[in-house]
Ligand binder design. Sequence first.
Ligand code: 5RP
Length: 239
Amino acid sequence: MSKQTPQDEAKIVAGRRVIEAYLKDGMQIGLGSGTTSYAFVRVLGEKVREGLRVEGVTTSTITRDIAREVGVPLLDINDVTQLDLTIDGADEIDRAGRMIKGGGACLLWEKIVAYTSKRMIAIVDETKMVDPIGAFPLPIEVIPYGWRNTMHQLATLLATFDYDAPRLELRGGSSDPVVTDSAHYIIDCHLDAIPRADELAPLFNQIPGVVENGLFVDICDEIVIGHFDGSSEIIRIRD
Ligand code: 5RP
């Protein structure tokens, strides 16, 4: 097995802190996607084997497979109307909880599951904390039909926010595009910085062809940060 890096350790530290701070018997929780969430689901599996009673709704087929492997009981999203909590990672997050998500191409299911949760807890290692967000390319999930046209409409919207010919790329390239769990494509927008994320976020979804965007604003309630020195920290954004 490959050696754990300090970053891997920080993800596990954050996962253990989430379990201590938030999880209670009987909770129904959203399980995020990405390496930080997978580390969390594995720690959660240990706790379930020790007797913790929780049920999860997963945000990707990968998370579903890991949760099954480690014995976390699962629910179908169609059978719930509200979850107690969602625990999910971020590609970038600022101290007000604005996030870029979708690096793992799971943003649509992640947003659906977060939306159906009373509280959303972002779980990150310290490298994910930035200000402003935007160095990580912003993923936009689009339907395959007319994706080049949708990309053009995205560039037109971004021009109104003073992005001058930003680099927009179909993830995987046109000969082998990445296909999401919902059979969509991802367009990555290289913007460098997104200081007006609150204004921009709702506008993407007005473009026909866009299914969802990777800006998660006004969604995160608390951030749990795992540090490389083995400590952890909680930032409470709203009660
Ligand atoms: C997947 C996501 C992930 O939460 C995000 O990419 C973070 O992943 P990681 O924990 O591997 O850095 O949004 O769509």
